[in-house]
Ligand binder design. Structure first.
Ligand code: UTP
Length: 297
């Protein structure tokens, strides 16, 4: 595997989660006992990406602190002989090489990705949205990385959503790709948050991408789109039409596993419950309580 850099944008305003996100990035909201962003960094590392660049915004400090050592906390736990919690504190520090770059103004996801240009250079790289969780049992990123290495261009992850939800996502028109499995498709059209009657399909773009570095040049000349933001979807639509020798072509992987958008309150609650139920330490007690609780609702 030659791709080894992951870019994680975490500079959005998180308005759907106010007031919790007034002074804390939504990527730092805990999912059981770990901030969402740690699951995402762990996923990147599991897929073999050891160089992680976080794109941060106005409340950068908590994010940076989470991946930094905390000598006084570590010393206190060490003095108590609490090796279990000490390991938990050190886990996020030792995970990967984590770098930070600032997105001065939240001008959109495309603009956030553009901030990674200098760090990434001329190699393909992965983008993982810091508020989008993919269940660790459902392989997605590894499949996308292998596909990019085999077919070139850029690879995006797609999820079938009910038609009434498509206007919350980027949407892809696709066609079958000869010689590939059914879930690997050629992307022939992309539109950001279309009204349901204009959506070319019910395939939503979710927060995993493997991008060709040609995306940076395209982003530099991408005008603000929907919501006045520089949209990654618009840059991908341009890449889609470029010839392969210029880094063009977009392939989609239709994901059929478990995914949670922790930036959305309802999805966040579902993620916490599902992940807690599956945890060996908390699951049995929580499940017993939850079953009883649900029966009385
Ligand atoms: P979202 O659209 O979900 O983030 O962006 P948001 O704008 O923070 O959310 P709401 O709608 O106000 O609640 C998807 C991802 O892109 C990042 C976000 O942090 C999130 O991980 N993002 C978005 C940036 O890094 N910069 C931006 O300018 C916009």
């Amino acid at each position: 595997m030659t791709i080894h850099k992951a870019v994680i944008p975490a500079a959005g305003l998180g308005t759907r989660f106010l007031p919790a996100t007034k002074s804390t990035p939504k990527e730092m909201l805990p999912v059981v006992d770990k901030p969402a962003i740690q699951y995402v960094v762990e996923e990147a590392v599991t897929a073999g990406l050891d160089d992680v660049l976080l794109i941060t915004g106005r409340s950068k400090r908590t994010l940076a602190d989470h991946f930094d050592a905390v000598p006084e906390l570590e010393a206190a736990l060490e003095a108590k002989g609490d090796t279990e919690r000490l390991a938990k504190v050190r886990e996020s520090t030792e995970l990967a090489n984590v770098h930070f770059v600032r997105q001065g103004q939240p001008r959109g996801l495309g603009h956030a990705v553009l901030q990674a240009k200098h760090h990434v250079g001329q190699e393909p790289f992965a983008v993982l949205l810091g508020d989008d969780l993919i269940d660790e049992r459902d392989e997605l990123l590894t499949t996308m990385l292998a596909l990019q290495e085999r077919v070139g261009g850029s690879v995006i992850a797609l999820l079938e959503v009910p038609p009434e939800q498509i206007s919350s996502y980027g949407c892809a028109a696709v066609e079958a790709l000869e010689g590939e499995q059914e879930d690997t498709v050629r992307v022939t059209g992309l539109v950001e948050k279309p009204p349901v009657e204009e959506a070319p399909s019910n395939l939503a773009i979710i927060g995993r991408y493997v991008l060709h570095p040609a995306v940076f040049e395209v982003l530099e000349s991408t005008a603000p789109g929907r919501g006045g933001e520089i949209q990654l979807t618009d840059a991908l639509a341009t890449l889609m039409d470029l010839p392969p020798e210029q880094g063009g072509g977009v392939t989609g992987v239709v994901f059929r596993g478990r995914r949670y958008d922790t930036g959305d309150r309802l999805d966040y609650l579902k993620a916490v419950v599902k992940i807690a139920v599956d945890r060996p330490d908390l699951g049995p007690d929580f499940k017993a309580w939850l079953t009883d609780y649900a029966a009385r609702l």
